[in-house]
Design a binder for this molecule. Structure first.
Ligand SMILES: *Cc1c(COP(=O)(O)O)cnc(C)c1O
Length: 800
């Protein structure tokens, strides 16, 4: 790498000149960013080749992590940090009049994901490389990532995202490794050596071209690969209408579906899923083949992990390759397949469980459909032997039923490991949602509580806090996050806590000035920063948060001397474009913000800010500035959450329900150091099963609740007319599916407690210190080690 600042400057200036053919003084910041990015990629290319070479020849197991989303965010700062040259570059650039931070801000986020699921995949890649594990990502190179959000007149407006317009310096197109993927057509049966065989004829071929991105481990020699597939027209299309074929082909990697909870019944989405799987498996097997002649040992050297059910067609696709192409008998092929594949479940929301109608699936993927049918028939026959005569039971578990294919069932039946993402989520899977399968395959189910990479979310995002931590306990925590535990001894150290408070104050000021520059809104940095940032969804209950703000407004109007610590409520959230209810909530947040922020009396005490276009890079600014982390999903609904972990690691205290990983955060810090409230998941699930909740009871018997609910529709917000009727009806007419009103009753007092707690600064920062000190467990390094040991059977491969 670079030996000195002087050497770096020389190479950088040369690069800039070569790329743009102009004097340094005339180059733009964006050009400087591209030059630096290019330079970094070139600098690591030798190490990348070395890693690939090592992985090819070491005869050790490799894992391929298949995910329909990778929410990477920006790469430059992280790559410099992992290479251990960020300080050198920053100083050298400063000496020639360039701000590295400004260059970093030129980079457009790679937003190839919706939220937690895609960000998890990105965190895992960082941990795999940093732990020297041979693990690679496989995904789709969407031309447009998740839409850009603008707020216009309080409404969300979506604009197409354009991350590739100025090129992506991190990727390398590998046209020589392109593979074909086939859709439509028919299956033809034929005989070969007295065996019945099948081939796919009359198919339409799409070419999948890989773009590889280097994944650089933290201060190691490992550079793993994220392979993203681009859909392109085959070179010599036989199609009658070439233009139409080209358009349809390119559409496959054009857009990320802006929804992570349910799939529109779109052929395109299914095409994307099979495209990812078929291209990835082809390339995995091509590279396996270079070392090993025989696919019968595949599972000894290859682990394929499917992130939720979106890549579940890896199961029938691997069967197709083994049976049709390799002529391996079905039973042996099935053993190889199930030993190779493992699956993570991310949700128990029934509307989010993927189900594909046969009439859509079968014509698009005729051979894959036959294989799924065969898997189903064999599975149902096994069930018949166990549950003879219990038709209902067998029907409940079948892979295909009433004309739809249940992807989660296929995933469970076709993999050797099924994991949930937090303890409570895994328990719900085992004992409720997937209980039938747990009874049948108890050993397949296991838990792997999610994690986040502490290098991006603490070291990179919060350099002020990182410096304080390193000054206090040394730098071992960067590679061994459990070392953060040693901060426990500083929980009563006055000077440490004062410095921690100063760091938080500094970060609040940075965020406040960004908000001021973008919106003109002045916020009080002495106020409590109370933050809820995550996708907008009914179960995440941004509504509960808003109704509470309306309640505070009412209290203050009634009694201007009402004793309350000043607060700034910060929101950031995108709503899926077709999700009308979620969009109404965004409008409501902005309407309340307008009312509160423009009230001369109230606005000195309360402020409400909606930060538009929430994404990874914004999260990196908001999270370090947060005092209170709002994690208030209806219990049982949030499988894990990972935002909660990022906040904890940055010293925010959690105010949350007993849901997902909040429970484990609470167990780690102790109940004095977290604020929990509301229905438990057992209570929620029992209500769903047995009934007994009546939201109107809570409305009629509690004046403050009645008041805020009425204000949605009674003209309290001028000129909103029937705008919020949908929300009003969801609460009263549809019996409040997510228990907002019941939990609001508990939320009001717990928020008062938070306010009082914040007033006792020394105590607050004691809690904050303890939260940071217990956050090491929630590093994705720990999670990935558990996957590597418990699921994949993966061990370290050291690259020279
Ligand atoms: C971490 C993260 C999420 C997930 O947040 P949750 O609160 O766990 O839903 C979503 N979006 C972005 C940009 C993130 O960084």
């Amino acid at each position: 790498m670079f030996q000195s600042k002087e050497q770096f400057k020389l190479i950088f200036l040369q690069k800039l000149q070569m790329m743009y053919g102009k004097r340094f003084e005339d180059t733009t910041v964006s050009e400087q960013y591209h030059a630096l990015g290019q330079l970094v990629r070139e600098q690591i290319s030798a190490q990348w080749i070395e890693t690939n070479e090592k992985h090819r020849t070491c005869k050790r197991k490799q894992v391929y992590y298949l995910s329909i989303e990778f929410l990477l965010g920006r790469m430059l700062g992280n790559n410099l940090l992992n290479l251990g040259i960020r300080d050198l570059c920053e100083e050298a650039l400063r000496e020639i009049g360039i701000s590295l931070v400004e260059l970093e801000e030129c980079e457009i986020d790679a937003g190839l994901g919706n939220g937690g699921l895609g960000r998890l995949a990105a965190c895992f890649l960082d941990s795999l490389a940093s732990l020297n594990l041979p693990g690679h990502g496989c995904g789709i190179r969407y031309k447009h990532g998740l839409f850009d959000q603008k707020i216009v007149n309080g409404y969300q407006v979506e604009l197409p995202e354009q991350w590739l317009t100025h090129g992506n310096v991190w990727e390398v197109r590998r046209a020589d490794e392109a593979v074909d993927v086939k859709f439509w057509g028919e299956v033809e049966a034929y005989r070969e050596n007295d065996h019945l065989k099948f081939r796919h004829i009359g198919a339409e071929t799409i070419t999948a071209v890989p773009y590889d991105m280097p994944i650089i481990g933290y201060k190691t020699s490992t550079v793993n690969t994220l392979r993203l597939w681009n859909a392109e027209a085959a070179p010599y299309p036989t199609h009658k209408n070439v233009l139409q074929y080209k358009r349809e082909t390119e559409a496959v990697s054009e857009f990320l579906y802006p929804d992570d909870t349910n799939d529109e019944g779109k052929i395109l989405r299914l095409k994307q899923q099979y495209f990812l799987v078929a291209a990835s498996l082809r390339s995995i097997i091509n590279s396996y083949r270079k070392q090993y002649p025989d696919l019968s040992t595949l599972y000894q050297y290859v682990a394929i992990h499917i992130n939720d059910t979106h890549p579940v067609l890896a199961i029938p696709e691997l069967m197709r390759i083994l049976v049709d192409e390799e002529s391996i008998p079905w039973d042996e092929a099935w053993e190889i397949t199930t030993k190779t594949i493992s699956y993570t479940n991310h949700t128990t929301l029934s509307e989010a469980l993927e189900r594909w109608p046969v009439p859509i699936f079968k014509p698009l993927l005729p051979r894959i459909f036959m294989i799924v049918e065969e898997i189903n028939e064999r599975f149902c026959r096994e069930l018949w032997d166990i549950y003879t005569g219990e038709w209902d039971h067998i029907e409940r578990m079948a892979l295909i039923s009433h004309g739809v294919i249940r992807m989660a069932h296929l995933a469970i039946v076709g993999s050797h490991s099924i994991n949930g993402v937090a303890k409570i989520h895994t328990e719900i899977l085992k004992h409720r949602e997937m209980n039938d399968f747990y009874v049948l395959f108890p050993n397949r189910f296991n838990n792997k509580t999610n994690g986040i990479t502490h290098r991006r979310w603490l070291l990179k995002a919060n350099p002020q806090l990182s410096t304080l931590i390193t000054d206090s306990i040394g730098e071992k925590w960067i590679t061994e996050p459990e070392e953060l535990r040693r901060l426990e001894h500083f929980a009563d150290n006055y000077s440490f806590k004062e410095q921690l408070m100063n760091v938080k104050q500094k970060r609040k000021e940075i965020l406040a000035s960004r908000i001021y520059n973008q919106t003109g809104l002045k916020i009080d940095t002495q106020s409590i920063f109370d933050v809820q940032v995550k996708r907008l969804h009914a179960y995440k209950r941004q509504l509960l948060n808003v109704l509470h703000i309306m309640h505070l407004y009412n209290k203050l109007k009634e009694n201007p001397n009402y004793d309350i610590h000043p607060r700034t409520f910060i929101f950031g959230a995108k709503a899926s474009p077709g999700y009308h209810y979620a969009k109404k909530i965004i409008k409501l947040i902005n309407t309340v913000a307008d009312k509160v922020n423009h009230d001369p009396v109230i606005s000195n005490i309360l402020k409400v800010v909606f930060i538009e276009n929430y994404r990874v890079s914004i999260a990196e600014e908001i999270i370090p500035a947060t005092d209170v982390s709002i994690q208030i999903s209806t219990a049982s609904k949030e499988a894990s959450g990972t935002g909660n972990m990022k906040f904890m690691m940055n010293g925010a205290l959690t105010l949350g329900t007993l849901d997902g990983a909040n429970i484990e955060i609470g167990d780690a810090v102790g109940k004095e150091n977290i604020y929990t409230f509301g229905l438990t998941s057992d209570e929620v699930l029992n209500y769903y099963e047995n009934g007994g909740y009546r939201s109107t009871d809570y409305y009629h018997h509690n004046k403050p609740i009645q008041m805020v609910v009425d204000q949605l529709v009674n003209g309290f917000f001028p000129k909103t007319g029937t705008e919020f009727e949908l929300i009003y009806d969801s609460l009263l007419v549809q019996n409040d599916e997510f228990f907002v009103l019941k939990d609001l009753l508990a939320y009001i007092p717990i928020q008062q407690e938070v306010g009082r707690g914040y007033g006792k600064k020394s105590d607050w920062y004691r809690k904050s210190t303890l939260n940071i000190s217990k956050s090491g467990y929630f590093s994705s390094d720990r999670t990935i080690k558990e996957y590597a040991d418990g699921i994949w059977g993966l061990s370290k491969v050291l690259v020279k």
